[in-house]
Structures are given as structure tokens and as C-alpha cells.
Design a protein around this ligand. Structure first.
Ligand code: HOZ
Length: 423
């Protein structure tokens, strides 16, 4: 198939035509639509074609696109200047709001991306414990910092490079990858190396190998083992924060990690992320302590304004709505698979959902790898033809927003039935 003129232009000056690998449609075929605008549950591309959107800017758009209250807040902040590199009242108010919603975050540091949040949280954990080893889980993706590109999910998994060139072996020699959802393996790791482990970092609901919920007891084991051995538990809630419950996955599953990383929804579509947690740990951070981390645009006033308006816009009713619509979509997809006699599994936590082309439920990266990515690609192309903008990878969760109502869900199920060949 020949490339569109815009794709050709893009590929001449942008690597792969994109600024983040998973946006390229290599795993599903064709060129990605170039998005010109978005509103509510829909995005419109440069050809004027409108799609129902399940990418949601990869998570932030929980209120839907171009939410009027968020736009107004950003416009108002815009009139006061773009960036001061100095403390602002807005940052204080936002930090108060975050600590109120996520009580384990007694103190917060704002940064500009999820990668920055996880990378900095790990440095802090190493500084606090004086230990070198970081434990992550296979298929977990925590941004693209060197020490975390080990058996990574998201684009790294989509393109078959779960480890990256350019990362010297010495840098990852202190990163240990354990199987997701395997409390027994983690217990054994702590039994042999507990005294060296600074932190365990986990996506409490995995979203970067597709949506994989935690098995009962898995997250509890992480928190408890860390406590027992003097390591820190880090919940990477960049995806799940404010999405699966007002206080994120830690509220949904009733847990209190030592540190938490936030991003995506936190900025409501603007570059914004945060890490935070136990006061005694956070106080090790400069200027109070010896662990250094800084950022010119951290706590940027426009991002803070979008963040505050977004958090204020999410209510109890938003979560009820997301749950109801999520349930309806899940049921419709399951029925479509059954009617089409296609083997597949639908996994969902609240408004995060994945249709895996596998025979059995997915609980780990080992399982996820067995998914039929060719079938997924075909399904994706089918959805696209029917006006549905679904994440272009088997290993990315799809997201619903407050603007996805019964009409959007019904249209999506109809499209999925056509894509799967259901009668
Ligand atoms: N980290 C995102 C997927 N989990 C991808 C971000 C992007 O491509 O915009």
C-alpha cells in the first residue's frame, strides 16, 4: 500500500514519522491517522475522518477531549504567563489535592513526564535505602530510562525489543526482572537478595502488556515483602492513577505503597507527572536531602491549571459511568467473539480494557506473548475501517472516557462484530 503524502513528509523528518514508537502503525499495518482535532469521545484526522477514540492520548483524556472547564482553566493561566521557574500557589494547591486523593503520598514532587517520575522515584529509593537493586516485572513498562528497559512492555514489547540497544550491561546489572503476578517468585527473590533490594516497582494493574489485573495477594505480597526487608514499594500509577478509582489502584485494592508515580490523567493532557509518598523518604530529596532531582518546567503553570481542572472535573459519578460503560463494552466484545467463533479473552479493570487474541486469561507477560498479533492487527484494521480508533498494539490497554456513552459503546460493539466477522 502506498504511503499518504503526509506520512512521507513525516518520515523524512521524524524517525518513523512519529515522536513515540507505539504511535507508528507498524504492528497493525497502514499509516497512522494524523489527528487534527479532538472533542469529547472523538478524534478527527487531517482527512476529516472522525473516529470514536479509545486511545485517549494514551490515558490522560478521562474527561474526554477538549473538556470546556479544562480549556478555560488553561486559557486563564495562559494570560498570566507560560513559565516562571519559581514556586506558585497553584503548585501548592495541586499538591494538596493530590495528597488528599492519594493519602499514601504525604509529600509530592511534580515533574513533566511519567518517565521522569519513575526514574526519579528509583533514584530516591536507592538513596534512601543505600541499596542498589531494583525489581521490576516482565512486561511492565515504566518509561524509557536506562535501568527500566529490561523486559519492558508497551512499544518495546510491540516491536519485539523488550531490552534496548544503547543501555550498557553495567547499567542494568542491578535491575532484576521477576514474573508479574507471581508472589512466590518474589518471595524467593527476597529470601536470596532481600538485603540488596532498594525497591520493587510495579504497575498495580498492568496496562503496558495489555490490561492485566493483579491476582489476589500479588500486590499485598509486594508491599509486605518490601516492609519486611527494608525495601520500598513503588506503585507506578501513571496509567491507573485517578482512573481505576479516585485514589488509583492503591485505593481500589486497599494498599499503601511507600512511593507512587503519577502522570497522564494528572496533567489532563498537558505534560505533567509526579512522584511522592512517605514523608521520611521524600525528605531525602534536594533541597532537604542528598538525593538530587530538578526540572525547569516542573510544576509548569499551564500544566498545573489543566491538572487542577481535570481532578475537579472527575466525580464519583464519573467512576460509576466509566464502570457501567466499561461493563457494557466488555459484554459486547465477549458476545462478538462468541458469535464470530473467534478465540479471544476480554480483560478489564474499570475503564481500562484489552481484547487479547488468546485462548486463556492473561496473568503475565509469558501469557501475553502468546497472543496472536496477526489476528489483532486484522481486528485493528477492521475497527479502523468502521471508525474506531483503538490502540495500535495488542500490548496497550484501551481507555474509555466520561464522554463514552451508550451510543459510542453500541457503535463500537457493532464495529467489533463486523471486524471479527460475527453474523
Ligand atoms: N507510553 C505510552 C504507551 N503506554 C505511549 C505514549 C505515546 O506514544 O504517546
Amino acid at each position: 500500500m502506498s504511503k499518504s503524502p503526509i506520512q512521507e513528509r513525516a518520515e523524512r523528518v521524524l524517525v518513523g514519522g512519529v515522536n513515540s514508537p507505539v504511535r507508528a502503525y507498524r504492528a497493525v499495518g497502514g499509516d497512522p491517522p494524523f489527528i487534527r482535532s479532538a472533542s469529547g469521545a472523538r478524534v478527527t484526522d487531517e482527512d476529516g475522518k472522525t473516529y470514536i477514540d479509545y486511545v485517549g492520548s494514551w490515558g490522560p483524556a478521562i474527561l474526554g477531549h477538549a473538556e470546556p472547564r479544562v480549556l478555560d482553566a488553561v486559557r486563564e493561566a495562559l494570560g498570566r504567563g507560560l513559565s516562571f521557574g519559581a514556586p506558585t500557589l497553584g503548585e501548592v494547591e495541586l499538591a494538596e489535592e493530590v495528597t488528599r486523593r492519594v493519602p499514601s503520598m504525604e509529600m509530592v514532587r511534580f515533574v513533566s513526564s511519567g518517565t521522569e517520575a519513575t526514574m526519579s522515584a528509583l533514584r530516591l529509593a536507592r538513596g534512601f535505602t543505600g541499596r542498589p537493586v531494583i525489581v521490576k516485572f516482565a512486561g511492565g513498562y515504566h518509561g524509557h530510562s536506562d535501568c527500566l528497559l529490561v523486559q519492558a512492555g508497551s512499544g518495546a514489547a510491540t516491536f519485539g525489543h523488550p531490552d534496548s540497544d544503547g543501555v550498557p550491561a553495567e547499567i542494568v546489572k542491578h535491575t532484576v526482572s521477576a514474573p508479574y503476578n507471581d508472589a512466590k517468585a518474589l518471595r524467593a527473590l527476597f529470601a536470596s537478595h532481600g538485603h540488596e533490594i532498594a525497591a520493587v516497582i510495579v504497575e498495580p494493574v498492568a496496562g503496558n502488556m495489555g490490561c492485566v489485573p493483579p491476582e489476589p495477594g500479588f500486590l499485598e505480597a509486594i508491599v509486605e515483602l518490601c516492609q519486611e526487608h527494608g525495601a520500598l514499594s513503588i506503585f507506578d500509577e501513571v496509567m491507573t492513577g485517578f482512573r481505576v478509582a479516585p485514589g488509583g489502584a492503591q485505593e481500589r485494592y486497599g494498599l499503601r505503597p511507600d512511593l507512587t508515580c503519577l502522570g497522564k490523567i494528572l496533567g489532563g493532557g498537558m505534560p505533567m507527572a509526579a512522584y511522592g509518598g512517605r514523608r521520611d523518604v521524600m525528605q531525602k530529596l534536594a533541597p532537604l536531602g542528598p538525593v538530587y532531582q530538578a526540572g525547569t518546567l516542573s510544576g509548569n503553570p499551564l500544566s498545573v491549571a489543566a491538572a487542577m481542572a481535570t481532578l475537579r472535573g472527575i466525580t464519583k459519578e464519573t467512576y460509576e459511568h466509566l464502570e457501567t460503560q466499561g461493563q457494557a463494552l466488555e459484554a459486547g466484545l465477549v458476545q462478538a467473539l462468541r458469535d464470530a467463533k473467534v478465540r479471544g479473552v476480554v480483560q478489564r479493570v474499570g475503564s481500562m480494557i484489552t481484547l487479547f487474541f488468546t485462548e486463556q486469561r492473561i496473568t503475565s507477560w509469558e501469557d501475553a506473548k502468546k497472543a496472536d498479533t496477526q489476528k489483532f492487527a486484522q481486528f485493528h484494521r477492521g475497527l479502523r475501517a468502521e471508525g474506531i480508533y483503538w490502540p495500535p498494539s495488542q500490548f496497550e490497554a484501551a481507555f474509555l472516557s466520561a464522554c463514552h456513552g451508550p451510543a459510542e459503546i453500541e457503535a463500537t460493539i457493532t464495529a467489533a462484530r463486523t471486524a471479527l466477522g460475527a453474523p
